[in-house]
Design a protein around this ligand. Structure first.
Ligand code: CA
Length: 744
């Protein structure tokens, strides 16, 4: 392939990143575009509308297994399908029924909704699709036309985790902060509400939930500096009904609720409201209709660093907490904080599951969560009473959770105010947003777990900036080690697995160890099956009772999203959205295990006797080209390395050579080097997805970064030509070459 063609590919990839205006505004008045994709939609839209009209409290609670009416299937969010036509005896007959290309190369994280044979899914840039769930035919597509420039505020990729259905409408939260109600029949906009203040970098990635006619939506943005809240809107017309803030604002301005007055006593000495405080509710919710309690998971602090955020100490409520709310009024009923005074990005937004289980001879109504901090929690969901917590992954920040107080006992080895400390779990958590599942038959909770460490160090020069991450952490520590053996060890230490966890005894029953980290969410079924898409580009089924691998099929792209199951005319289907990216995938590249590449995203649907096969991608591998000549000093390289890891690494990857969806700078053409400052400082590539950094970098600093990138490319080429490459191909291929797929 000629160099210009290759450059075009790199630019094409980065074009999809961000794009239009230099001064983005959230909640753009643009109503988006609806495209009818099937000629007979006018006939079918009445049928679809009529089916979705029946989605309400009663049908979600009844949970007909042929449908998947809510993101967690049921309000208790167990993500278990009672269907058993596909089971551990006939799983070898499972094959592809249909596949549909999303035409995107950014992250796909959504759990689809299925209502009487129609599938509603969301994708990159908050686009919504309706498909015939039997054939995969696209019925309509809605594009909210999010300004691409807003993508710079999406810490963890421009993803969306799914839609909600209620009484004839489909609801989606957009990356620029809107909540949009679509008429289910044809995807036309019923109403649109801006849910976030314009002067802060909020984003929405989570799926809305609908409770008793109220659409509940949170948001993200704590890395950039925002104040967390969730809001309830009238499902029929978009009127705001209530808003619950998760952290206090400036106490001098008064308090919105009694809960905020209570919370403010636990924040001490800092001006957290200037950065925002954090506590965003960006993913998980659950609802108990009998208790009439809505459970929300609350995120990390902004900044992460508590020594800066609240230097006088304190628990900083309601960061890293599970909060139970009365959905009628939006008032807090109880809370439980998993990480008091969080300082490691330990969100408690992770998937929460409600179940009734017997503990010490007593039937308990519990809520269960495996938050980022690495402990698996079982609480009484009526009162928030702490029942138990044990580590489900290796943990170094705390020794244990005290069984009397329910509070973690911190290990001072994780306190980084004065020295750099390596801590487990890292900011990606022992478990991130990837959904778990609870199988009522085995009584086990299955967790897609991560085992990753991170070097925390205080950023002593921290200053709030609206354009950058505001963590109070010195990201220069993320630069890869120069010792190759240490680098290999760090790569080997990136681990992911599924743990089958007994919530009664708080013990692991079995584990499936995966090749690498950031594997997909889970689905269990009454066919004794556990389904998971993996980071290595395979979709797999395991035995739910013992973890044995029963079936797997290549998907040619890593999978993060959770599968679902549904049936049409008595035939069971398993469906999953495949597409790599997210917080880890964006910067780390596509794992190359088992020949995995980075194909376009797809919705993949399987059934017994399905006989389609995915075409094998035609792949060409490109090694890193020799970098252009530049005169620079070692001091410049060193300065450039620091600046790169401060400003660039969260997207381009530590070490600057990502092979993920963001441009790999090692492959930058001479033409790019020629206008380097115009891109980095001047914003010449804003429309191609690269924001300008004029608020932080001048020409001298920009050139120091260029010197570092060139020096790092030279070092990586030498490393890739060494014997290490032959010894550890699966670890190093992703850093040493880029797979380019023909026809894409
Ligand atoms: Ca976070």
């Amino acid at each position: 392939m000629s160099r210009p063609t290759f450059l075009a590919i790199i630019l094409a990839i980065s074009i999809s990143l961000i794009g239009c205006s230099d001064n983005p505004e959230p909640g753009s008045p643009n109503n988006g575009t609806i495209t009818a994709k099937t000629e007979d939609l006018t006939i079918r839209s009445d049928v679809i509308h009529s089916a979705v009209s029946k989605v309400n409290t009663k049908t979600i609670v009844e949970a007909d297994p042929s449908n998947w009416l809510s993101t967690g299937r049921t309000y208790d969010e167990q993500r278990h399908s009672p269907l058993d036509q596909i089971n551990d005896k006939n799983i070898s007959e499972l094959g592809l029924a249909w596949s549909w290309e999303t035409n995107t190369k950014r992250g796909l994280e959504a759990t689809p909704i299925v209502v009487d044979g129609t599938m509603f899914t969301s994708g990159t840039w908050s686009v919504v699709w309706a498909h015939d769930a039997r054939t995969g035919e696209l019925l309509w597509e809605f594009d909210p036309e999010v300004p691409r420039s807003w993508g710079r505020y999406a810490c963890c990729d421009v993803v969306n985790r799914g839609v909600a259905a209620w009484e004839g409408k489909i609801y989606v939260g957009t990356i620029d902060g809107r909540l949009i109600a679509l008429n289910a029949g044809d995807g036309s906009v019923a109403w649109s509400a801006n849910t976030v203040p314009a002067d802060r970098p909020y984003t929405i990635t989570g799926a809305p939930r609908v409770v008793d006619g109220k659409v509940i939506i949170g948001n993200g943005g704590a890395e950039y500096g925002v104040r967390g809240f969730i809001t309830a809107y009238d499902a029929s017309n978009g009127d705001q009904l209530w808003r619950f803030y998760t952290v206090p604002g400036n106490p001098d301005d008064g308090f919105e609720s009694k809960a905020m007055e209570e919370a403010a006593t636990t924040w001490r000495g800092g001006k957290w409201w200037e950065v925002g405080g954090g506590g965003t509710v960006w993913d998980s919710m659950a609802y108990d209709p009998d208790l009439n309690l809505l459970y929300i998971g609350v995120g990390n602090g902004a900044p992460w660093n508590r020594y800066i955020r609240s230097p006088g100490g304190g628990d900083n409520l309601f960061l890293s907490s599970i909060v139970a709310i009365n959905p009628d009024s939006g008032e807090k009923v109880w809370h439980y904080q998993t990480t008091p005074g969080d300082t490691w990005d330990y969100t408690a937004v992770q998937h929460m599951i409600l179940a009734d289980i017997e503990i010490q001879g007593e039937n308990r109504k519990v809520i269960m969560q495996a938050p980022k901090n690495g402990f698996f929690y079982v609480l009484d969901r009526r009162t928030g009473e702490f029942l138990s917590a044990e580590a489900y992954v290796p943990i170094t920040w705390a020794t244990h959770v005290d069984s009397e107080t329910g509070r973690p006992v911190e290990d001072p080895q994780a306190h980084y105010a004065n020295d750099k400390k390596r801590v487990k779990p890292g900011p990606l958590g022992g478990h991130n947003w990837h959904p778990m599942t609870f199988h009522p038959g085995t009584g086990l909770v299955y967790i897609p777990a991560l085992d990753l460490a991170f070097d925390f160090a205080q950023d002593n020069a921290f200053k709030h900036s609206k354009e950058d991450w505001n963590t109070g952490i010195d990201f220069r520590t993320t630069a890869p080690p120069t010792d190759p053996n240490q680098l290999i060890k760090n790569l080997q230490d990136i681990k992911g697995f599924v743990t089958a966890w007994d919530p009664k005894t708080q013990k692991e029953i079995w584990r499936v160890q995966h090749a690498t980290a950031w594997n997909g969410g889970l689905l269990s079924t009454s066919g004794n099956l556990l389904f998971q898409g993996r980071a290595d580009g395979y979709f797999a089924a395991y035995s739910a009772d013992n973890g044995q691998l029963l079936w797997e099929t290549p998907t040619h792209v890593g999978i993060m999203a959770a599968p679902i199951s549904y049936s049409i005319d008595g035939e069971q289907y398993i469906s999953v959205v495949a597409g790599w990216g997210g917080a880890y995938g964006l910067a780390s590249g596509a794992p190359r295990h088992k020949g995995n590449v980075l194909s376009k995203g797809r919705i993949l649907t399987y059934k017994l006797g399905g006989d389609l096969t995915l075409p094998d991608p035609e792949v060409t591998y490109l090694a890193i080209p020799s970098p252009p000549k530049m005169d620079y000093s070692l001091a410049q390289v060193s300065e450039g390395q620091d600046l790169f890891h401060q400003y660039c690494a969260v997207c381009h990857g530590p070490g600057s050579g990502t092979s993920g969806p963001v441009a790999n700078l090692f492959y930058a053409e001479q033409a790019v080097h020629d206008i380097w400052d115009a891109i980095v400082v001047g914003g010449a590539y804003t429309q191609k997805g690269m924001p300008n950094f004029k608020h932080a970098l001048d020409s001298e600093k920009s050139q120091a970064i260029r010197a570092y990138v060139i020096e790092a490319a030279k070092g990586t080429i030498a490393f890739c030509e060494s014997d290490y490459r032959k010894q550890y191909p699966e670890l190093l291929d992703t850093a040493c070459e880029i797979p380019v797929i023909g026809g894409e």
